[in-house]
Each structure stands twice: as structure tokens, then as C-alpha cells.
Design a protein around this ligand. Structure first.
Ligand code: PAF
Length: 285
């Protein structure tokens, strides 16, 4: 597996892949790899001939009070995991090559970035859309694979790629969960033992909604109440939002007719860790 730092070298390698008739799949990550990331690599390998993983902790998607400095960066073990999972190359650019001092261009996706996580993380999706478009331009992948856990990110990237005519297919991989049901996340390492136990109720809440939906319940208020009831037993888990929204517009729904995204964000009271999770009912992202 090649480890590449410079964007021009990455572009040249991907050009070689394509010249050799190999389709290229891109798995964008910020490192601190877990089973969830590795499932994205597996999906890429199922669809494409060559897989490039980017590992870059993107400073412009972190707010001033967020964990950019302390975000885990176990680069060597990440490369070992990426290689064992079958990546052909890791692209790990230097911050100065991605954002030189005279850098001035950003991607703003309107409307769908101000809701859900965007409401409490202003500028986050501008940072995500910008770096992902840069990766698309450097790697020119036929397919880019994202995890459903970051559901709003998936919707934003799909919108951006369609609006800006980027010739890439966005594939969405299912959420990978720990045994307890907790969605895998690089930030789970921040959780205290007690928070870890209580945070498993987040998925139990989502399952309760799914059960009600299967029985015919379509009123958003009633479905949301079911999650609230389950989380009542988790005093260390403080809800930031519990929303039921349209899967394309991310606008809240009063009643579910087609597909709906049930999205939740929680703040842990002790470690202040922010966790997100979701399920999609009646369709897919
Ligand atoms: O999901 C992530 O890890 C990041 O938001 C991404 C897509 C790699 C952009 O920095």
C-alpha cells in the first residue's frame, strides 16, 4: 500500500489506476479508524478495482470550541489497518498543502446545512463540503463511500456532487455498531464507563421507534416520544436534538408518508462527548 502526502502525486497515481483500466473508490476519513471505516473500505473493494483512503483531520470543519487539537491521530496504526483492509493507497496530505496561507475558496451548500447538526455546528458542513470536493478533484474517484452514521453529511455531499456536476457516485454504507448497539465512532474513546453503558440506550430508542413504525404509527410526535421514554433511563445522556425529517430536504415531518430520517444527537454529561445516530424508515438515504 502506498502512503502519499502530496496532492499532485495522488492525482498521478489515480491517473495510472484509470489508465490501467481500474475503477477508483475513495473512502474519506479523518483517521482513528474503527470497524465502521473498514466496512467502507470493504464496500469500495466490492464495487471498485482500486481503493484510496484519505486520512486528514480537516481543521475547517471544527468549530473554535470543538476537539480539533485533541482529535485522535494514531497514524501508523491507521495505515496498518488500512493496508490489512485492502486499501491500495492512503492519501494523508499536509495541512499546508490543502490550505496554503492564501487559501480563499469554500463550498457552501444552502438550506440543508443549517438544520440538525448544522444548527449547533455553524460552518461544519461548509468545511466538510470543501474538503470533500478537494478530494474529489484530486482523486477523481468513480465512487466515494460514506457511512450512514453521518446521515446529514451524506445528504449534503450528494447534494453538492449533483449541484456541482461532479461525476462521482456516492455509496452509503450501513452503520456499524458495538455489541451494545452504540454506533461506532472515533469519539467513543472519550466516553466514561458509565456513559458507555447508558449511551447504548440511544440505539434502543431508535429500535423502539422502528417497532412503532412497523405497527403503523406515522405521527412524528408519537415516534419521538418513544425515544424520549427510553432515554429517560439514561440521566448522563442529554438530548441535543431528536428529529424526524425528509431524507432529501432534511425538513421536519409532522407525519411520515415516504422515507424519513430519524436523527438524534446527544451530549454526554460527564465527558461532554457528542454522539449522533440515526435510522431511516420507509426507504433509504
Ligand atoms: O466523516 C468524516 O470523517 C469527515 O467529515 C470527512 C468526510 C472525512 C471530511 O473531513
Amino acid at each position: 500500500m502506498k502512503i502519499i502526502r502530496r496532492p499532485d502525486e495522488m492525482r498521478a497515481l489515480c491517473r495510472d489506476f484509470r489508465t490501467a483500466g481500474r475503477t477508483v473508490g475513495l473512502v474519506p476519513t479523518m483517521g482513528a479508524l474503527h470497524e465502521g471505516h473498514l466496512s467502507l473500505v470493504q464496500m469500495s473493494r466490492n464495487i471498485c478495482d482500486a481503493t484510496v483512503m484519505s486520512i486528514f483531520v480537516n481543521p475547517i470543519q471544527f468549530g473554535p470550541a470543538e476537539d480539533y487539537q485533541k482529535y485522535p491521530r494514531p497514524f501508523d496504526s491507521d495505515c496498518e489497518k488500512a493496508e490489512a483492509a485492502g486499501c491500495d493507497a492512503v492519501f494523508a496530505p499536509e495541512q499546508g498543502d490543502m490550505y496554503p496561507p492564501d487559501y480563499a475558496s469554500y463550498v457552501e451548500v444552502e438550506r440543508i446545512t443549517g438544520t440538525l447538526c448544522g444548527a449547533s455546528r455553524p460552518g461544519h458542513f461548509r468545511g466538510v463540503a470543501t474538503v470533500v470536493l478537494k478530494f474529489f478533484n484530486i482523486v477523481s474517484p468513480q465512487v466515494a463511500i460514506f457511512g450512514q452514521k453521518d446521515a446529514q453529511q451524506v445528504v449534503v455531499i450528494k447534494r453538492m456532487a449533483a449541484d456541482l456536476n461532479v461525476p462521482v457516485k456516492i455509496a452509503v454504507a450501513p452503520i456499524v455498531r458495538e455489541k451494545s448497539g452504540l454506533a461506532m465512532s472515533s469519539r467513543n474513546i472519550y466516553l466514561t464507563a458509565e456513559e458507555r453503558t447508558q449511551s447504548s440506550l440511544i440505539y434502543k430508542g431508535l429500535l423502539a421507534v422502528s417497532k412503532l413504525f412497523d405497527k403503523g404509527e406515522r405521527v412524528a410526535q408519537n415516534l419521538k416520544a418513544a425515544i424520549g421514554e427510553v432515554l429517560g433511563a439514561a440521566p448522563l445522556v442529554s438530548p441535543e436534538y431528536i428529529e424526524i425529517v425528509n431524507t432529501l430536504t432534511l425538513q421536519p415531518l409532522d407525519t411520515i408518508h415516504g422515507a424519513a430520517l430519524i436523527a438524534i444527537a446527544m451530549r454526554m454529561k460527564t465527558s461532554k462527548t457528542r454522539l449522533i445516530d440515526n435510522i431511516v424508515l420507509g426507504g433509504e438515504l
